[in-house]
Design a protein around this ligand. Structure first.
Ligand SMILES: [Zn+2]
Ligand SMILES: [Zn+2]
Length: 806
């Protein structure tokens, strides 16, 4: 300790309050180190509001402390605020860490539970060091890494309130846990071979190294192993074994949906995919998401590591680096028997169901899928799927915000009442919020699945309790048939599980999408933005299925400025699963006869075609839709890319992949035809009979006729894809320009699941910037329905909001 007792006249003493994600992340040892470096005396403790420090020393050093306590904090710590007051000095030498402090009891204070953190470099070094006592310990962790959110059972965040409570610390771990200078000081999940959780392989009952070796041998032999991870069970198999991947696909009833892969390190990631610096940073980040990257097909590729069956028809591959010691060991350390270099690692659930976290449920639900279960005896408290992100224009685009991100708060630009937003029915996440913070849940699942519905309500109660939010308002989608909306109405009627919640506020789907982007960009809503919301489906104010919308929006309301012209969607779900039906509906609307030279026409059996024709002519069981997602389906089907799908965005993703390949094949000079050959998608004024302020409509018929002409001329599907993306992007820019000219608003917010399409997002953003407009696009919250709840909260629970029943 450099600190000496000094004369108090020259000293400054401050009481420093730090708020944010500062508990369970090694923050007190960091403060201790910083104070020691600056020669400050004092102490630091945790309390209910975060971290509280008293520091005393030369004024210049105290000033430096107050600055650096925020600037030098490292992830996973996240400092939201630093406040201080000068207090009288007192004789003191040295700096101490107090194990715990009293709750301050002040209003509005809140301790933030950190997300799970991937194994840090220090722990990894110990994991591979034969001389270390945690050599090959699957559950190695410290104050900088390890499970957090998924093991917390309650507050305050301390070992007894985690699922580690059942593992009493051995003497050596206790010594580390109680030593302020140790990097495991108060690391709640700390454990070792002697006192920590134990691996087990089922069937057979092998434990520890034998369990690990058994699982690796099974994987090497083409087996499918269920592996208990941080936030739930995964299914793993050798990504280089086509038979194993096909078997997993068949057993999981996965269709052609892509799998993600686990690679041991960045070098292996680069052998199977093109990884730029931003992508590398995300891959190696403590959040450890799945990162979608461009698959390698060139000479530098590692051909045997990942077979085509892993992500059929797609240009991208989802890659993840090991999030825990167990995953490092599963891929093998130097000297281990050889095994798969790359593993498929996919959530252990059937499509739409929540991820399995319970050991007994895993045995039952994964019977018939897994050949074996590699598990351990540390319970998972909260299910948390892997997060999925991609990179567009050098910036992160989150597609699923879950493990490593949840429950980090999203700061809100406008204060909200204590509230819970139920989200949407697909890719459900919900959100609790109060004041200036919103907490989005981890990915829950699709609400038409019974297991998801059952998981939903307990999950809402847990998150609200953990964040000390007592909702007075429930917010839900406008769609009266959504299960999430019906749940909110039932909950308010029953006074359970949120007895303080007295009303349900409903919010239009695309308005919520736009508001989510506004909120994450910190807009206070004083000015309207031009909101472009493109997705598959959302209930409109007129009862139609919206999904290709331009809204002039703030948090208080919106005006529908433009939309894709309505086309009848015949028979709901059937037309989502069979894009050729959507194509035929579009052709009918565009006045193009159903002649058999078009692949979408021959794909439709004659009997079905006859029924469909009647349905469309008489408008039977047809809902008008302006869906951009369904327009992608229709174009993909007309171009012969795909006629039937087993997951919603499949046709669109394949059309995008073909377009990307066509652009790459063309090279920088662009051989895809005319330089700006986007299909026409003109904006039409409303008919004279329409009410004042009626929206403009995009003439999708003009676009479909151009697509048909290209298909008949033998233009390749990839080129059709390029021209379609360009046409749609040009139309968005055109509409935004018009809106700008009419309203003066120069900010364009892009949202909706269609903007997960990185090619479209790039083209639209570029075009808007060239038109002198400001582009706001999702960076922290997914553009798809996984981000919907954030928009619902800021619209429906905004403090001072006018009565919604206007
Ligand atoms: Zn660590
Ligand atoms: Zn121990």
């Amino acid at each position: 300790m450099r600190t000496e007792l000094r004369a108090s006249s020259t000293l400054l003493r401050r009481r420093v309050r730090v708020r944010g994600v500062v508990q369970g992340v090694g923050f007190r040892p960091f403060v201790y180190g910083l104070a020691s470096e600056l020669g400050l005396a004092g102490e630091v403790c945790n309390d209910a509001d975060g971290v509280l420090a008293q520091v005393q020393g030369e004024p210049v050093d105290v000033e430096a402390f107050c600055r650096r306590v925020r600037a030098d904090a490292r992830p996973p710590a996240s400092v939201e605020a630093v406040e201080w007051e000068d207090v009288p000095t007192c004789p003191q030498s040295g700096f101490t860490i107090e194990a715990s402090g009293p709750a301050s009891g002040s209003e509005g204070g809140r301790t933030l539970v950190p997300p799970d953190v991937a194994t840090c470099a220090d722990c990894l070094a110990e994991l591979v060091d034969p001389g270390d006592r945690r050599h090959r310990h699957p559950f190695i962790s410290c104050t900088a890494c390890g499970p957090r959110f998924t093991v917390v059972t309650g507050l305050p965040y301390d070992r007894p309130m985690t699922t580690m409570a059942r593992f009493p610390l051995c003497d050596r771990c206790r010594a580390e846990y109680t030593d302020p200078a140790d990097r495991r000081f108060h690391a709640q999940p700390v454990a070792c071979h002697d006192c920590g959780p134990t691996l087990e392989l089922v069937p057979g009952g092998a434990t520890r190294e034998a369990a690990l070796a058994g699982a690796r041998a099974l994987l090497a032999a083409g087996g499918i192993v269920a592996v208990k991870g941080l936030g739930g069970y995964h299914l793993a198999c050798d990504a280089g074994d086509a038979d194993a991947v096909r078997r997993l696909r068949a057993r999981k009833r996965r269709g052609d949906k892509p799998f993600a892969v686990l690679v041991p390190d960045l070098a292996t990631a680069r052998a199977v995919a093109h990884v730029d610096d931003v992508e590398a940073t995300l891959l190696t980040s403590t959040r450890r998401p799945i990162v979608l990257v461009r698959r390698r097909a060139d000479a530098g590729a590692d051909p045997g590591a990942v077979v085509a069956e892993v992500a059929p028809g797609l240009a991208e591959l989802g890659i993840m680096l090991p999030p825990t010691g167990l995953h490092h060991l599963l891929l093998g350390l130097p000297g281990d028997p050889p095994g798969p270099r790359v593993l498929v690692l996919t959530s252990a659930n059937l499509a739409g169901e929540p991820i399995v976290i319970d050991d007994a449920a895993a045995l039952v639900r994964l019977a018939g899928i897994a050949d074996a279960w590699l598990r351990h005896d540390r319970p998972i408290q909260v299910p948390c799927d892997d997060s999925v992100v991609t990179v567009v224009e050098g910036e992160e685009l989150p597609l699923r915000r879950s493990r490593g991100y949840a429950p980090l708060p999203v700061p809100l630009p406008v204060p909200v009442l204590p509230a819970l937003a139920a989200g949407g029915d697909l890719k459900n996440t919900f959100c609790v919020a109060d004041g200036r913070y919103a907490w989005l849940s981890a990915h829950v699942g699709d609400m038409d699945d019974l297991a998801t519905q059952e998981a939903f309500e307990p999950a809402t109660g847990r998150l609200a309790e953990l964040m000390s939010v007592v909702p007075t308002v429930l917010v839900a989608d406008l769609h009266p048939g959504y299960r999430s909306t019906r749940w909110a109405r039932r909950a308010v009627a029953a006074g359970s599980p949120f007895p303080q919640a007295r009303e349900v506020v409903t919010v239009q789907h695309h308005h919520a999408h736009v508001a989510a982007v506004m909120a994450e960009h910190g807009l206070d809503g004083a000015e309207r933005v031009i909101g472009v919301a493109f997705d598959g489906t959302g209930y409109g104010l007129d009862g139609a299925i919206w999904g290709g919308e331009v809204l002039l929006a703030d948090y208080a309301g919106f005006q529908r400025f433009a939309h894709l012209a309505y086309v009848p969607l015949p028979g709901g779900d059937a037309s989502v699963h069979r894009p050729y039906r959507m194509a035929l509906a579009h052709l009918r609307s565009a006045g193009v006869p159903w002649s058999e030279d078009l692949p979408c026409v021959t794909a439709c059996p004659p009997a079905e075609r006859a029924v469909l024709a009647q349905q469309l002519d008489r408008d039977l069981a047809c809902a008008p839709t302006s869906s951009a997602g369904r327009l992608f389906d229709a174009v993909a089907a007309v171009a012969g890319v795909r006629q039937q799908v087993d997951h919603e965005a499949q046709a669109a993703m394949e059309l995008q992949a073909l377009a990307v390949r066509a652009l790459e094949a063309a090279g920088p000079t662009d051989g895809t035809g005319d330089a700006d050959a986007g299909y026409p998608l003109p904006l039409l004024a409303p008919p004279p009979s329409a009410a004042a302020g009626a929206p403009l409509t995009w003439d999708v018929g003009a676009l479909m006729r151009a697509v048909v002409a290209d298909v008949r001329a033998g233009v390749a599907a990839g080129v059709v894809g390029v021209r379609f993306h360009r046409g749609l992007a040009g139309a968005v820019v055109d509409a935004a320009r018009r809106a700008h000219a009419e309203t003066g608003s120069g900010r364009v917010a892009l949202s909706g699941g269609v903007f997960a399409n990185t090619l479209l997002l790039r083209l639209v953003a570029t075009g808007l910037r060239e038109a002198g407009l400001e582009v706001l696009r999702p960076r922290r919250v997914p553009p798809n329905d996984g981000g919907l709840a954030l928009g619902q909260i800021v619209i429906g629970a905004r403090a001072g909001r006018a009565d919604p029943r206007e």
